[in-house]
Design a binder for this molecule. Structure first.
Ligand code: G3H
Length: 541
């Protein structure tokens, strides 16, 4: 089969889907509110897989793999009120529980979660088209994140277990929860990024309402029982449905204290603005990015090609950290572009479960058409697609495209494509990529490829004040999760990492008193008698 035929025949016949990966329809009616799994009997929202099924006589049709509840404002408010009740103005059992006990609940959840690995991984492939190794990695990384969070919390708790004496005042300073937290994750990491906020929010004593992303909803269903079993009533509550119908009223109520949202800045703005008292709302946001890679004249081109291909095309470029534009110096442009295009041609495409597959169909229904439009616009502005069949569309599949030279003024040059298209721009003077970064709406990361330490240093210094991570001869990425993950300008608000996340979902609060005999007696009595979970000197090992 030639390439055109392979793209036209990318989708399998039902009988060609390996038995272990076949997906039967799931009608999700369950939702979790106030510790109980309820059954929804209203209308549902259909889940259409990016994986299509081919017909014997040609063509392929979208395949619906199930449905989930299309809730109304009423159920969303019930979920919110359950979280408000469980928090109980900070008096609830969860926010007042000692750290050791909270850790126990979370570890119970992690144990139950591990048993659902296969189901969740399978649904990651069918709901968002993520390939098998990356789906497995997403699951395992999430479990590791929970374990690492527990360790980081123990350390934080050890720091908080001592008393300070300063200028005649004795105090104990700890971190306390913020209140009711709304968590909304993105479709590209529907498990990991949802949990990257949910887990620290919970462990710090907040109560949570969470709404899964638009795609990647059913994969959280196997975990509902685990949530219900591991946490006290009302601590975790789920909401499903159209964002405007269910999240609008929740935000307008003013009862949300903390918003954790990973997605577009447009939606983040709407959510923030719908809170009646935005100054009372703590926001933790992971938003868009247009991370550039800059290839300097002395760069190791093989390494640069390999890192940029992975950076631009892992999970079809649907990562906020993806390399979304490449600036290459004119002296090495031809060699780099040729190597890059050939490497992209070597990427295996197909269904998520196939061995070695890197490029797969896209979950957002109108994405292939949008990308095709942007590529057409670039072509009209003088760019060419330099890899074979780049940009060919077959239903939900968009064949990766390398667009060269990228032209200022086109969408591909400045807007976030979040898909398998790599625009490559040429520069003569380094001021071109530097100005680009300065004027970008985003400020997450950049990648520098070069070998001369002095040149690299002269770029690192201005860049660290424009973005939050400068990657040296390496693709952009979030991990390791112990490192701070954040962005400037339109890319983020708040910092996430295993330990930073514990801070953003909590606030420093203290108990302090003048060093009088009476106060010392009160402090000692409370501590010795273990009368308070806040005021104590216990250590966690
Ligand atoms: O979509 C944004 C993710 O946080 C990226 O994470 O760099 O590990 O793929 P990653």
């Amino acid at each position: 089969m030639n390439l055109t035929e392979r793209i036209s025949n990318i989708f399998p016949l039902q009988e060609n889907v390996p038995e272990r990966f076949r997906q039967s329809r799931i009608e999700q009616t369950e939702y979790l509110v106030d510790g109980k799994i309820h059954s929804w009997d209203g209308p549902g929202i259909e889940v259409v897989s990016p994986v299509r099924i081919a017909a014997a006589d040609g063509g392929a049709s979208p395949c619906t793999i199930g449905s989930f509840p299309s809730m109304t404002a009423q159920q969303a408010m019930e979920a919110l009120h359950a979280a408000v009740k469980a928090y109980d103005a900070g008096r609830g059992p969860w926010p007042t529980m000692g750290v050791e006990k909270r850790i126990e609940h979370l570890l119970n959840f992690a144990r139950a979660m591990k048993e659902k690995r296969e189901e969740v991984v399978q649904l990651l492939m069918w709901e968002i088209g993520k390939n098998l190794p990356d789906s497995e990695k997403e699951f395992d990384r999430t479990v590791d994140y929970i374990i690492d969070t527990v360790e980081a919390l123990k350390e934080m708790d050890r720091d908080g277990s001592r008393f300070f004496r300063e200028q005649g005042v004795t105090a104990q300073i700890r971190r306390a929860p913020l209140g009711v937290t709304l968590c909304m994750g993105p479709y590209n990491y529907p498990l990991n990024e949802t949990f990257a906020t949910l887990v620290p929010a919970l462990i710090m004593g907040n109560t949570v309402v969470f709404k899964p992303a638009k795609h990647g909803v059913l994969l959280l269903r196997p975990l509902l029982e685990a949530f219900a079993g591991a946490f006290p009533p009302g601590v975790v509550n789920t909401v499903y449905g159209e964002g405007a119908a269910v999240i609008g009223p929740v935000m307008e109520s003013g009862l949300v204290d903390c918003l954790a949202f990973i997605g577009s800045s447009h939606v983040a703005d709407l959510l923030k603005q719908s809170h009646p008292k935005p100054h009372r709302l703590r926001c933790v946001l992971g938003l868009g990015a247009k991370n550039p890679a800059v290839i300097l004249p002395g760069a190791d081109l093989d390494l640069a090609v390999a890192e940029c291909v992975t950076g631009a095309f892992s999970f079809n470029g649907q990562r906020c950290t993806a390399i979304k534009i490449i600036f290459v110096h004119e002296s090495v442009a031809e060699r780099f572009v040729d190597g890059f295009a050939r490497a992209v041609e070597g990427l295996k495409f197909g269904m998520p479960w196939e061995d070695g597959v890197k490029v797969t169909p896209l979950p957002v229904p109108d994405k292939p058409a949008m990308l095709a439009k942007w590529v057409e616009e670039a072509k009209k502005a003088g760019s060419a697609v330099v890899n074979e069949m780049g940009g060919r569309v077959n239903g939900s599949y968009f064949h990766p495209a390398v667009v060269y030279p990228a032209v200022k003024g086109t969408a591909l040059y400045s807007r976030e494509q979040f898909g398998p298209v790599a625009p490559i721009a040429v520069y003569k003077d380094i001021s071109k990529p530097i100005r680009y970064i300065e004027h970008s709406a985003y400020g997450q990361q950049a990648a520098l490829f070069g070998s001369d330490p002095k040149t690299m240093a002269s770029l690192i210094d201005p860049l660290v004040n424009q973005v939050c991570r400068v990657n040296i001869n390496s693709q952009c990425q979030r991990g390791p999760d112990a490192f701070p993950f954040t962005g400037r300008k339109g890319s983020a608000e708040g910092t996430l990492s295993v330990s930073d996340a514990l801070r953003v979902f909590s606030i420093r609060t203290m108990v302090a008193g003048k060093d009088t005999e009476m106060n010392q007696e009160i402090f000692s009595n409370i501590v010795r008698g273990r009368h308070s979970s806040f005021l104590n000197t216990d250590y966690l090992f």
